[in-house]
Design a protein around this ligand. Sequence first.
Ligand code: PSU
Ligand code: MN
Length: 300
Amino acid sequence: MIPDWLILSEEVTIALRERRPVVALESTIIAHGLPWPTNFETAKQAENAIRYEGAVPATIAIWHGKPTIGLTTAQIEELAKSDDVLKASRRDLGAVVGLKKLAATTVSATMALAHMAGISVFATGGIGGAHREPIFDISADLTELARTPVLVVCAGAKSILDLPRTLELLETFGVPVIGYRSDAFPAFYVQRSQGRVSVRVETPSEAAAIFRSHVQMGGGGAVLSQPCPSELAVPAEQFDKALGEAELDAAAEGISGARLTPYLLARLAELTDGRTLAANRALYLNNAKLAAQVVVASDE
Ligand code: PSU
Ligand code: MN
């Protein structure tokens, strides 16, 4: 049963009732991850990519206190344009709903709401994880993956993070990292990290089969990773240099907590003349398409 406080669009309600494939999308990438108007264009393109594969997109946010599954184009545009949208991770859901706020949901909060609505596949750009030293900051995306049975399709974890630590935490939490046609754990804008996925697949239906078995045996979430398309991936040396500078800027400006990831992403876009932005867009659309293929394959 879907709880009555959860608002589902008519299209999503019908699709779920008829057991048609549905893919969840988050809204932090729209409100805080990408700048206007790239955010709005990319959000619409992600939805179109999902439809093209025969699935229904469900973009999720907290709309003035109402957890909403399946935003309208006008709502997506408002999130994309507005400067005062809150960023809600798992711990913030009670606060933004209780106080009737407008909030974008991160991977952790989107997973939680998607699961409550009965949606089990979700596409994003890159998940959060453990930040690099000396910062102590571990994304709630990891703990949500540990407990909520949703498959998160992504280009690995963000390249701004400590990826070996992030992978170790995923293993500790019992989260399978399924590599789509690649053994390497991708690094978001950068094609690959030194880390390895826990299992590799060649087809969407293999990924669906692993996820189904994982959940059957009491598992929580899983990651399905695919590298950024090679034409647009940022070379590792260029990325590392820009990140070094962005980290110094963040420290100098005293940026921490929920503001850190959006700050670093925006600063990196400036420092790379928009290369990280083009990579983010391409990898996100690629993930939306793969997520739809997996959910379509799960029904077969
Ligand atoms: N993927 C992107 N851009 C983003 C995000 C993911 O391509 O902005 C967001 C997701 O919502 C993810 C969040 O949950 O970044 C991580 O934030 P934090 O590190 O504060 O947990
Ligand atoms: Mn954090």
